[in-house]
Design a protein around this ligand. Structure first.
Ligand SMILES: [Zn+2]
Ligand SMILES: [Zn+2]
Ligand SMILES: [Zn+2]
Length: 152
């Protein structure tokens, strides 16, 4: 599947197309799942000369417009992901030892229904952010080995 086109996406949302927005959104569409505003800023080509504050503003705007979704907050750092057909909603797993973030399989229809129903009658769910935390397979294995060695 081809990458989404930033110009088309901005137009579809009725947003003014500026060089900076184009550069930022195209980079978001190019990236894998998650990124922080800082990482996004660093990934932009230097000749675009977009400052960090502009990146923050653009990401917040894209989030409001549904082009980007927040996938979770770690410390005071917000992680975002592109919200297009190439990246269906899914939960993430955060390893509390190595800090890595893993993308889990996309929510299926039943998962979504189940999660939304948690809110109960009268509530309108607009987004679901789900972060599972614990030890990743690698860190868990290391911990088990350390345990065995410690026990000798
Ligand atoms: Zn896309
Ligand atoms: Zn880990
Ligand atoms: Zn992800």
């Amino acid at each position: 599947m081809d990458l989404c086109d930033a110009r088309e996406a901005l137009k579809a949302k009725g947003l003014t197309v500026t060089e900076q927005r184009l550069a930022i959104l195209q980079k978001i569409f190019d990236m894998g799942c998650y990124f922080t505003a800082k990482e996004l800023h660093q990934a932009l080509p230097s000749e675009k000369r977009v400052d960090l504050a502009t990146v923050y503003r653009a990401v917040r705007l894209f989030e409001r417009e549904g082009l980007v979704r927040c996938v979770g907050e770690i410390g005071n750092c917000r992680y975002y992901a592109k919200a297009c057909i190439h990246n269906p909603p899914h939960a993430h797993f955060r390893c509390e030892k190595c800090g890595r973030l893993f993308c889990l399989r996309p929510f299926n229809f039943d998962d979504s229904k189940e999660l939304i129903s948690l809110a109960g009658e009268g509530f309108e769910v607009r987004r679901v952010t789900l972060m599972l935390e614990g030890l990743c397979a690698k860190c868990r294995k290391e911990q088990l080995i350390n345990h065995e060695e410690g026990g000798k």
